[in-house]
Ligand binder design. Sequence first.
Ligand code: URA
Length: 443
Amino acid sequence: MRMYDIIERKRNGGELTDEEIGFFVDGYVSGEIPDYQASALCMAIYYQGMSARETASLTMDMVRSGDVVDLSAISGVKVDKHSTGGVGDKTSLVVAPIVASCGVRMAKMSGRGLGHTGGTLDKLESVPGLSTAIDRERFERIVSTVGVAIVGQTGNLVPADKKLYALRDVTATVDSLPLIASSIMSKKIAAGSDKILLDVKCGSGAFMKTVDDAVALAQSMVSIGEHVGRTTVALITDMDRPLGRCIGNALELAEAVATLRGEGPRDLADICVELAGNLLCLAGKGGLDACRGMAHEQMVNGEALAKLKEMLVAQGGDVSVLEGGCERLVEPRLSRQVRATSDGFVFAMDTERCGIASVALGAGRATKDDLIDYSAGMVLARKTGDSLHEGDLLATLYAADEALLDEGERIFRDALDIRGERPAGAPLFHARVSRDGVERTDK
Ligand code: URA
């Protein structure tokens, strides 16, 4: 078999066999196939796409390239949740403890911030002492006893994705639907949970800018999951404005804690109930409506907050910083109030640019070795649809020095589209995709 022929067939719109896909994945991971041929194939896939069979085959070859986590020693159904990435998305910090407080085990491997999007591990590590680098044995022990742990990838999981993702990142082939679907699903399958819930974000802050593209990605991932016997459901949710009001690691953890005290912003609370309800339903806790009710109850009765603290302590964190309004979690630093310069409405927010502003303030990494400032970020006072008078507060920015605040303010102002007219209302939930099909839920 020759890599040249595989590239040529895909370039011409042909369908690759399982053997050809396996030859590519094995050869690329072992170093026999060079980067230039792998990037040519990624570009051919970018333009020609892949069939459902090809995408499933690529996914399973990627899974087989490394270790697969075996969670069978932990009793009960294990569920996992994955978000395709957004700005202000702290849902895992709320949803995982809700689900665990209902007796459903969640063994979650999360990632770090990537580009303009935040990462759950960075948010968790804003708690002093907390570790997300936990070995397999301790991870399983925490999931068995506490019911939930959120850690970084352990072992050699999906090395094919590590190599391919780094290549795609520098060859303009990240936003290819079959490549995104196989990248995400290979990691979820290798992580070992029985049931998978995907939160596919859609809008200006997401990979997928339109609902149709998000639905297509969701259908591809659901089909891969079902193909290998993992029940998979995807919700398509809005990322045309940041989720909640806080962007930045410690600020987002504080907002998650407020949400678990029943004091969170409405959009964040609603989305967490929907995600947790779907996870409970996947775990067989009841019908979807009953599970939504159960999730809401746990969110406001303090049990999920107690579960979050239990998990943080088990991972070595000092939870005394969560007392009161989490004042000790977010360290004192320079702040700046950004105010409106005219009357009108926030007509739209370029959510990706809001994320970039937060990175510029110090909350994210420009390169993978950069240190992050856990207390940097912003609290939004106004979001899309809100009316404004000149001088009204738009957001408070937090950073370590004035130069960072200047840059953050410049990018944030650029992200706002302020007009004299109110925009049409936009739904938070667009669709639910499962093996039964696509249910539009625009509301
Ligand atoms: N997230 C991933 O893990 N992989 C992609 O390809 C895109 C987003």
